[in-house]
Design a protein around this ligand. Structure first.
Ligand SMILES: Nc1ncnc2c1ncn2[C@@H]1O[C@H](COP(=O)(O)OP(=O)(O)OP(=O)(O)O)[C@@H](O)[C@H]1O
Ligand SMILES: [Mg+2]
Length: 356
């Protein structure tokens, strides 16, 4: 016969995202009620990201589903609020949702995608910011043709640089153009931490974060700090890149950030003279990934000299050539992303109390 102690034991196998203590030991489970068929669990959380709350709810339901005796689950999750740093400072104040853009390899167009996606989300009527978290190779100053300066607000916080309606922040605003950035790991982390809590974003619906390339320590330690709503993995469609995408997806799985889709960059080439469209590397790559991970390819961006010219001119394509066909691809990407988030209930997440 199943007892409250059994249920408590099962719950004690569950951890809150990003922490090492189980939810029972941490004192988050306030009450367990059990009448032989129906279980009631009341949980009160410290401030966490909406995603951490969502994952926890799933974990608890999955954990309880293992007991055949349980006919009905009433789960109440209270508390929560927003993610804070260890010392209680609010992380990313003024930001509702974070979209992380990653790639397992450098130079695949991650920054290009992040910049144009940010503008495409803005075109949907949303307030959007872009954080260049690539501390070693910041590209936002070049992509947007601005070097700031970053000003300090009356509250002693960093004001984002405004360009084309977006709020921008990059480590590139703080260093000379040709200075190689050779900071050591801890310095980088404290700098990024400062970005996460000391930038005064103004009421953003979305913050797009351009992560450092790769799946190593740099992006991973960032992901452990940032409450990511959803992630995109950018790749080129060569066969060899498939393994890269797998590593990218695995990285997000480690921090349990939902990967919403894959963006294939430099996927097709349209001949400027005869307008023949050439699948540079075939289209099977994306399909194989969709099958294997169940993660859709949300956009296939063409290899197009205009995209490079746009970046070099200090204007992302959406500003540089608004009538270019790839602009539609970016706008569709933004719309699909919003649909994915609405479907997973992350946007306009339900009230804290979840009753079944
Ligand atoms: N679809 C495309 N067609 C043509 N050129 C492109 C395309 N996408 C990106 N580029 C160009 O390729 C170069 C690399 O792109 P980008 O800087 O966006 O890559 P990244 O993945 O952010 O690189 P890094 O790892 O260095 O941060 C840039 O010069 C950019 O203009
Ligand atoms: Mg980049």
């Amino acid at each position: 016969m199943l007892s409250v102690a059994d249920i408590r034991e099962r719950l004690s196998e569950i951890r809150l995202l990003g922490t090492d203590v189980d939810i029972v030991q941490a004192g988050y489970v306030q009450r367990i009620g059990w009448d032989g068929s129906r279980v009631e669990v009341d949980v009160v959380l410290p401030p966490v990201s909406p995603q951490a709350r969502h994952v926890l709810e799933q974990d608890i339901r999955r954990g309880l589903a293992a007991f055949a005796e349980i006919q009905q689950v009433q789960l109440r999750i209270g508390g929560g609020d927003q993610a804070k740093d260890q010392d209680g400072q609010l992380l990313l104040p003024g930001v509702r949702h974070v979209i992380a853009v990653a790639s397992a390899k450098g130079g695949v167009g991650k920054s290009t995608v992040a910049a144009n996606l940010a503008l495409a989300l803005q075109a949907e009527g949303l307030r959007v910011g872009l954080l260049d978290a690539d501390v070693y190779g910041p590209s936002l100053p070049i992509l947007f043709g601005t070097r700031g300066p970053v000003t300090v607000t009356p509250a002693q916080r960093l004001a984002p640089v405004e360009k084309f309606g977006l709020q921008l922040m990059s480590v590139g605003f703080f260093v000379e153009e040709e200075t190689p950035v050779i900071w050591r790991g801890p310095v980088v982390m404290s700098l990024v931490r400062q970005f996460l809590r000391d930038v005064e974003w103004h009421g953003l619906d979305f913050l797009v974060v351009d992560l450092p390339p790769g799946t190593g320590d740099a992006p991973l330690s960032l992901l452990q700090l940032i409450p990511v709503t959803g992630a995109l993995v950018v790749s080129t469609p060569q066969r060899v890149a498939i393994a890269d995408v797998e590593r990218g997806i695995a990285m997000f799985q480690r921090v349990r950030a939902p990967v919403l889709g894959i963006v294939e960059n430099m996927a097709v080439y349209e001949c400027p003279y005869c307008h023949t469209v050439d699948e540079l590397f075939g289209s099977e790559g994306g399909q194989r990934l969709e099958k294997r991970f169940g993660i859709p390819v949300l956009a296939r961006i063409p290899l197009d000299p205009q995209l490079r010219a746009a970046s070099d001119s200090g204007q992302p394509l959406l500003i540089y050539a608004p009538d270019h066909p790839a602009v539609l691809t970016f706008r569709n990407l933004a719309r699909q992303l919003l649909e994915c988030l609405a479907a997973t209930d992350v946007v306009d997440a339900p009230a804290p109390t979840i009753v079944n």
